[in-house]
Design a protein around this ligand. Sequence first.
Ligand code: NDP
Ligand code: MG
Length: 390
Amino acid sequence: MQNITLLGATGSIGISTLDVIARHPDRYRIHALTAHTKVVELAGLCARFRPDVAVVGTAAAAQELSALLKSDGVSTEVSYGEAALCAVASGAGCDTVMAAIVGAAGLAPTLAAARAGKKILLANKEALVMSGQLFMDAIAASGAILLPIDSEHNAIFQCLPQPYQRNLDHHGIARIVLTASGGPFLDRAVETLDLVTPDEAVAHPNWVMGRKISVDSATMMNKGLEVIEAHWLFGATHDRIEVVIHPQSVIHSMVSYLDGSVLAQLGNPDMRTPIAHALAYPERISSGVAPLDLTQLAKLEFRQPDLLRFPCLKLAYDALATGGSAPAVLNAANEVAVEAFLDGRIGFRQIDQLIDRVMHAASFEAVADIAGLLDQDRHARQLANSFLTS
Ligand code: NDP
Ligand code: MG
């Protein structure tokens, strides 16, 4: 029996994870569920999954949750705040942590899980993009197991030899090829991009996801963050990570070997596949995903990404090449820009313009520890916010 802490239970990945877990009550037990604002939803999940602990964002949310659980006769213990998130991610009650909080807010608990030597199923790519080497060092020091949930990285993991030594040359690998759907604006006239609304930007053609990652997919910053994520997960330099647009999202990514072989992982676009893969690894379990019917696929297309249409992808490659705190600064500026776009304060094209301004104005430093990293993150957010109001 695996005891699971699910960080971000009320989100898109959280709900898909619970769907897979509910299919296998003989294998998985929920130790903790966390949410930030969706108290009523979390109360419903607690009534269904009966976790030991539930964590929310604030004291007021915790009070509300406690009252709901009491009236439902659910005995789950309730706590709140970052320290409580770290406690449920690192405590003795769990062996596996699904890291599915969105954005930098997920860093502290995911890092706590890494330091505590847990099995980490990583959806929260921003945590790894920000902390990079520090995170991988924590994994190595504690002996934690890190399994990717991002569909592309999970696909790559499945196409790599096991055990994999985080070194392409060691295994005769030429390149890693990340596929990208291109999002909702792949063929929209570039000059009309500034007119798109938040609702249009979050309407992804193939995946149903949270709002932040949906906007990241529309700008292709999501793919940029995934390039940086692939660098850390697989030990690949930026010049050996290629992005190919594949609008059908059937091939989830590929590994290209020196002998000319290209291994790909295919499947319907449904996050329950990588979630089930990582939960059960190295075994295989059913996920509820419909089998892929190859005869129903009209065609599989591939194109090169247009960096003029998608400047965020180039900004991310540049940040990875720069190194140090540049990816953390990029991530922070992106989070501020996406939030401003979703709030209607800036247009769609101003997302990449704002990040570009921050990347030009910021100074990048080697990151020695988490305190230094959080300083850089805070400074980048201040810079981005000052540009928003100037
Ligand atoms: P959602 O927005 O759907 O869910 C985010 C979750 O995080 C919710 O449970 C939310 O709580 C919680 N949360 C938000 N802010 C905070 C905070 N400050 N502190 C603690 N918890 C917080 O996001 P997704 O599920 O789409 O994405 C989660 C992560 O997985 C992201 O990093 C994303 O990049 C990654 N990912 C997602 C994929 C997808 O298909 N959705 C695919 C690949 C990666 P509440 O709702 O209660 O406020
Ligand atoms: Mg992805």
